[in-house]
Design a protein around this ligand. Structure first.
Ligand code: TMP
Ligand code: ASP
Length: 246
């Protein structure tokens, strides 16, 4: 496979075109940003770790019947993916209250939600990725009602699967963000990444300690330290769970 030109550089990944028009190459970076890139840093080895975790999770989801953009890994920090038209939506699924849900509603951190909450945010850095109402989503024509319905069902199914998978890693899946795209047949496909950058992951064995339970980007956001170690820990547990499932 020859790589042609840089198509897009995001905060955590660079996308390249390849000699196959329907395939792109995603190169995962060590760069870390938070609060809409107001905070910037570098997490040593993050690119490789997030690429490895995402690849394993996408493979597991494929086995479970969920279509993802994942193809293979030409290098440990690189993923070949299906070229998609990414919908400008960030789909957040929450099982436990944390982050912006607590800031905006006053719910105490750690409140277990009676059922998963699926939220749509407008993927637009200039506007700071605002939370959407469904009327605003349709006003801006960000997706059709059928697509929203399909995404909601997929999000719930992915959440059910990932919660169970992470439970086997002694990790509690608090919340996470997904992105979807359309392939050339207008089929909705799970895209982007699923990693400690895009999930809140709490160590089930340290669940009552608000600092030591954190195994995700909140360590970077809140300056909790040991960021690399937490990401590495998630990778090791994911690899072990995949191995023991074979
Ligand atoms: P929030 O509580 O800040 O809204 O975040 C909810 C989840 O979405 C959390 O697991 C982190 C993830 N997320 C991203 O992946 N990208 C983002 O830009 C934001 C704000 C959150
Ligand atoms: N990914 C977003 C940013 O870099 C926000 C976050 O993850 O906190 O700004």
């Amino acid at each position: 496979m020859s790589v042609y030109s840089k198509l897009y550089e995001g905060k955590a990944k660079i996308l390249y075109t390849t000699d196959e028009p329907e395939i792109l190459l995603a190169d995962f970076k060590d760069d870390a940003t938070a609060f809409n890139a107001q905070k910037r840093g570098n997490i040593l080895g993050k690119g490789l770790i997030n690429c490895s975790i995402s690849s394993k999770l996408f493979q597991q989801l494929e086995v479970h019947g969920i279509k993802t953009h994942y193809i293979d890994n030409p290098a440990p920090h690189q993923m070949r993916v299906i070229a998609l038209r990414i919908l400008p939506l960030e789909v957040v699924i929450r099982n436990i209250a944390a982050g912006s849900l607590c800031q905006q509603t006053g719910l105490p951190v750690g409140t277990v939600l009676k059922q998963p909450l699926v939220e749509f945010y407008y993927k637009n850095d200039q506007l700071g990725d605002p939370l959407l109402t469904s009327d605003r989503l349709y006003l801006l024509e960000l997706a059709t009602p059928e697509q929203v319905d399909t995404i909601t069902h997929l999000a719930i199914e992915i959440n059910d699967f990932l919660r169970g998978f992470f439970q086997r890693c002694s990790i509690t899946l608090v919340d996470f963000k997904l992105e979807f795209g359309l392939d050339s047949q207008q089929q909705l496909i799970l895209a982007d990444e699923i990693s400690p950058d895009t999930c809140r992951l709490w160590d089930s064995d340290a669940i009552s300690d608000p600092d030591s339970r954190v195994l995700d980007k909140d360590r970077f956001r809140k300056d909790l330290g040991n960021v690399e170690h937490a990401y590495q820990e998630v990778l090791q547990r994911v690899l072990k769970a995949v191995e023991s499932n074979k």
